[in-house]
Design a protein around this ligand. Structure first.
Ligand code: HEM
Length: 223
């Protein structure tokens, strides 16, 4: 089937949402594993950041793929939501949400909050336009360890990240479950298991991410 027909059909767009969701999920897992190297001290995370930047053009290919996946995910997410609202212009007088969850009903909002967080996050850690003063190491590279620790010592930054990671939990917990549904891997027996598994995966990821600003702010583990 030509690509334009796939994009025009709601099912085709759902498949795009699933495929781009898998790419973004892969990044979220890899990024967490990299970020956890902060628990190895300044040498750990600074060495990780240096190695990442040494990838040069490969890093850029990866970044472009990520930007493309994120753009399609947001675009199709918005159009699918608008279409389903247009299909039912008058809301139910009394809504019944059989098997639907809060996370599922608020995907568009958690998604848009995450998109806003990513812009804020890039301004913070990638472009360093906001946040505390940056310290440079020998060789002109940023002391990523200090940048993260100095930021999360401030209540505003720590809180903003913790809130964003809770939103990430909601988005992933439903996103993962609906991925199985799109792939047709759901029936009466597997559906509750898919939901449970999605929530466990989301809790592990969110807890890993939340631990960084929380433990730094509280002065535990990282001094
Ligand atoms: C505690 C939470 C987090 C910490 C400490 C953290 C840390 C960082 C740091 C230090 C960088 C800059 C890397 C560098 O250029 O050297 C970065 C980049 C980035 N982060 Fe995070 N991050 C966190 C959560 C997240 C989350 C939840 C997402 C996505 C949902 C995310 C998405 C990104 C993206 C897209 C980049 C740009 C990657 C690139 O330049 O190639 N981050 N993060």
């Amino acid at each position: 089937m030509p690509l334009k027909h796939v994009i025009r059909s709601a099912v085709g767009r759902k498949l795009f949402m699933a495929a781009t969701g898998i790419i973004l999920f892969g990044f979220v897992v890899a990024h967490l594993l990299g970020n956890l190297s902060i628990y190895l001290g300044p040498e750990g995370i600074n060495a990780y950041a240096r190695q990442l930047h040494q990838l040069g053009p490969i890093l850029w290919i990866f970044r472009l793929g990520l930007i493309g996946a994120a753009a399609l995910h947001v675009l199709f997410g918005i159009t699918l939501t608008l279409e389903s609202r247009r299909a039912r212009p008058v809301a139910y007088i009394r809504k019944k949400h059989l098997r639907s969850t809060l996370a599922g009903r608020t995907m568009i909002y958690s998604g848009l909050i995450l998109a806003t967080f990513i812009v804020f996050h890039l301004l913070h850690f990638t472009f360093r336009a906001i946040g505390p003063q940056i310290e440079m190491l020998d060789g002109g590279v940023v002391n990523v360890y200090r940048m993260i620790v100095d930021s999360f010592r401030q209540v505003g930054y720590a809180l903003a990240y913790v809130v964003a990671m809770v939103v990430l939990f909601f988005h992933i917990s439903h996103g993962f479950a609906s991925l199985f549904q799109t792939m047709g891997m759901n029936n009466e027996v597997t559906l509750p298991w898919m939901g449970r598994m999605s929530r466990i995966i989301a809790v592990i990821l969110a807890a890993g991410y939340v631990s960084i600003p929380a433990l730094i702010f509280l002065g535990l583990v990282i001094k």
